[in-house]
Ligand binder design. Structure first.
Ligand code: DC
Length: 225
């Protein structure tokens, strides 16, 4: 019998712009697994809050927004209602707002069910901050993916410029450090390596090398179960 706990999950957690999204999507494509970009859910809630003018400390209103998030992920695009917000949620303002509201327990709680529903056969690869520690503690493989702050600022810079946003490396580095501190020091579900996580520092790795590492670890843990 298939119960959700028998559906394999690979959890990839790490700081912002560490490359975990890129690696996770490529691993998902190789394994034909579903993919959960949990950060997108916090970004969608943030975008919606900004648009509705909701105060960033109004925990109940924000939790309600998250609970009723009308979002869908189709063909690589992310929708809020019928509007594609794939690009809009990548703006720095939205990422910073997401990091702020992600510290609110009621909001995190409101997003749990939505995240669990991504666990479908043949398997799921989920990336975020608390995938291995809180949302999928029974994941068969947990990876903590990092890169130096400088490497991450460079990557974020390139991502933003490629998407047509303007960006400045010094400002990005400052924002990254602030966001890391906020994500790692919050009281609830802080960014930290899960017990038993494999560490992957991608500062000096190509995307393909990082993907191969994860696939290699997955092949090992799969054999063991
Ligand atoms: O991964 P990202 O940059 O898209 O995430 C945006 C913010 O959302 C991040 O700064 C913190 C929050 N987040 C979180 O608290 N828990 C997650 N599992 C994913 C993201």
């Amino acid at each position: 019998m298939t119960t959700s706990s028998t559906i394999p999950v690979i959890a990839i957690d790490g700081p912002t712009a560490s490359g975990k999204g890129t690696v996770a999507q490529l691993v998902a494509a190789q394994l034909n697994f579903h993919y959960l970009d949990s950060g997108a859910l916090y970004r969608l809630t943030a975008l919606s809050a900004i648009r509705h003018g909701i105060a960033l400390d109004d925990e109940q209103a924000l939790a309600q927004l998250a609970e009723n998030l009308d979002c869908s992920f189709t063909g690589g695009e992310i929708f809020l209602g019928t509007e594609s917000v794939t690009l809009a949620i990548r703006a720095e303002e939205v990422g910073n707002t997401a990091s702020k509201i992600a510290a609110l327990p009621a909001l995190r709680h409101a997003l749990v069910g939505l995240q669990l529903r991504f666990r479908r056969l043949p398997g799921l690869i989920a990336d975020g901050r608390d995938m291995g520690t809180v949302i999928f503690p029974d994941a068969c493989l947990k990876v903590f993916l990092t890169a130096s702050a400088e490497a991450r600022a460079q990557r974020r810079y390139k991502q933003l410029i490629d998407k047509g946003f303007s960006a400045n490396i010094e400002d990005l580095l400052k924002d990254l450090n602030e966001r890391d501190a906020r994500d790692a020091n919050r009281a609830i579900a802080p960014l930290k390596p899960a017990e038993g996580a494999y560490f992957l520092d991608t500062s000096d790795l190509t995307v393909q090398q990082a993907v191969e590492k994860v696939l290699g670890w997955y092949a090992t843990v799969k054999q063991a179960v």
